[in-house]
Design a protein around this ligand. Structure first.
Ligand SMILES: [Zn+2]
Ligand SMILES: [Zn+2]
Length: 136
């Protein structure tokens, strides 16, 4: 498993940086976004330091993305959010603020601010839903 000493998400994975962790297993960790765009805003992150969606190439990578989405939905429901009113997606480079792959799970969409709606607008060239990015 690769790790980057300067990466904030890798630090969270090793417990070196504080975060509100909601779920973790050997492969994936879920924690709250420090700047939530709505009531629920979680980041679903592979523990392995994968830089961004452009680095997802193999069939195994695509299965990892499926698991990120599955776990993101599960954690959202466990915390009282609803999938129907949620937005899931990845920021595309160079619009990924952190160079460690992370899936945003945001709900409810109806409580998102105008600015957040813009940043997390689906199917734009800066924020892609998984159907599109899975072609990578
Ligand atoms: Zn990292
Ligand atoms: Zn992001």
């Amino acid at each position: 498993m690769s790790s980057d000493q300067n990466c904030i998400f890798c630090k969270i994975v090793c417990g070196e940086a504080p975060s509100e962790i909601l779920f973790q297993n050997d492969e994936i960790i879920v924690f709250k976004d420090i700047k939530p765009a709505s009531k629920h805003h979680y980041l679903v992150v592979p523990k392995n330091h994968i830089i961004n969606v452009n680095h997802l190439v193999t069939k195994e990578d695509k299965l990892l993305v499926e698991r990120l989405i599955e776990i993101g939905k599960k954690v959202l429901e466990e915390n009282g959010g609803t999938i129907e009113d949620a937005r899931l997606g990845f920021h595309l480079p160079p619009f990924n603020s952190i160079n460690h792959l992370h899936l945003h799970v945001i709900s409810p969409m109806s409580e998102m601010s105008f600015f957040s709606r813009l940043i997390f607008k689906p199917n734009t060239w800066w924020f892609q839903l998984r159907d599109v990015m899975c072609e990578a």
